[in-house]
Design a protein around this ligand. Structure first.
Ligand SMILES: Nc1nc2c(c(=O)[nH]1)N[C@H]1C(S)=C(S)[C@@H](COP(=O)(O)O)O[C@H]1N2
Ligand SMILES: [Mo]
Length: 246
């Protein structure tokens, strides 16, 4: 209460001060500029936090096509397919207080979110599907993100055209309510084609940001040392935008 009263009093004093400043011409333009800045910042914030549209079940595409890697053959992945992903682990590591190593069962027991959204690929196709899994925020909170963490990197099991796929987002997208670690598509475990057993859904971003075949989530302070430093597979190879907000 004390702190609140202080804030109210400070606010009142600030407003009184502003009224005095506004009486002078220079003061007025200063306040106008400040207001413009604030509106810009506000728009930016609500813009980044806004939800992507969600659709009714009737809108779900009969077939959710695959793109990029659709049947990885490198490393341990084929063995995991044979084992029905019984030994798959998802690591949460990097700038966290408590690194995690989670089984699919661990992930299915967390609070879940389901969302029917439209996936937009830059190659010019879209599909609507229902995705289910815990919010990334739940995993990051469980691991305890350190204050230095500025980005979250997604590590993938697949090699595509000779290189491991990876992606990254900033903290704001990592904590967006529609950013989930999906284990199901349309109520069934993910098909291999769509990233089994785990893939990211980052609904305010274009398709290439939604990392499939997810093996690790890594909190970092900078993207400079990750891959070629551009924050993602296509960003490094083809100059795609790192911030692919839609
Ligand atoms: N690991 C991995 N993730 C990936 C890709 C990939 O090749 N490997 N392709 C990306 C691209 S360009 C798109 S459009 C989507 C495709 O998802 P889908 O196969 O479920 O349609 O996954 C993205 N995530
Ligand atoms: Mo894509």
């Amino acid at each position: 209460m004390k702190r609140r009263n202080f804030l109210v009093a400070a606010g009142a004093a600030f407003v009184a001060g502003c009224n005095r400043i506004a009486e002078s011409k220079a003061g007025k333009s200063l306040l106008d500029a400040a207001e413009g800045w604030h509106q810009g910042a506000q728009r930016l914030l609500t813009g980044r936090r806004a939800l992507a549209p969600e659709y009714p079940k009737s809108a779900i595409s009969p077939f959710f096509r695959g793109n990029g890697s659709t049947d990885p053959q490198n490393g341990d992945y084929p063995r995991h397919v044979e084992e029905g992903f019984a030994n798959w682990r998802l690591e949460v590591r990097g700038l966290v207080d408590h690194p995690l190593s989670l089984s699919l069962e661990n992930i299915r027991k967390l609070p879940q979110r389901s969302q029917i959204t439209r996936h937009d690929c830059v190659e010019g196709w879209s599909a609507i599907g229902e995705w289910t899994g815990p919010q990334l925020a739940v995993l990051l909170e469980a691991a305890g993100l350190k204050p230095e963490a500025k980005f979250v990197v997604f590590r993938c099991a697949d090699e595509y055209k000779g290189g491991r796929y990876y992606e990254s987002v900033d903290i704001e997208d990592a904590f967006h309510p529609q950013t989930i670690v999906a284990h199901s598509l349309n109520g069934e475990p993910l098909p291999v084609r769509n990233g089994a057993p785990l893939r990211m859904r980052i609904e305010r971003q274009l398709g290439y940001k939604h990392a499939k075949y997810l093996t690790a989530i890594e909190a970092v302070a900078s993207l400079d040392e990750i891959g070629e430093g551009q924050g993602g597979y296509w960003e490094d190879r083809a100059g795609y935008q790192w911030y692919a907000g839609i």
